[in-house]
Design a protein around this ligand. Sequence first.
Ligand code: DQA
Length: 149
Amino acid sequence: MKNLRFLVLHGPNLNLLGTREPGHYGHVTLADINQSLIELGDTLGIEISTFQSNHEGELVDRIHQAASDNIDGIIINPAAYTHTSIALRDALLAISIPFIEVHLSNIHRREEFRHHSMLADAATGIVAGFGATSYLLALRGLQDHLRQI
Ligand code: DQA
């Protein structure tokens, strides 16, 4: 079976996980999440690269780079850019690599402005509300999707 390469992107303020609004996001840190993704990737034969930025343009640049890096799939928690960013949407559509949108919290249980995503209708799937486990579910879902096509 071919090894897959996934890029995991984390948007603004996710570098503060662990201390940021634990009622919504728990106590897990971004380093913990990345480590658990790498470990699950190892067992599934998936190479994981991770990138976090608080800057929209840097995330756009990293998405463009995914095409030349031969990335098979993207897992993205766009954080607040979920609700605002046409630029991230356009970048993901431009490279046509399948992606999963991930949220730690269930955005539909929260403020109304979080209910809309600029990316969701272009995503292969969405996982929200399971805390750090959302990322691991996305990893398994994306690998099943890619191994079937
Ligand atoms: C989030 C939800 C977003 O609404 C919020 O702006 C975030 C994190 C989540 O993972 O639950 O920063 O994407």
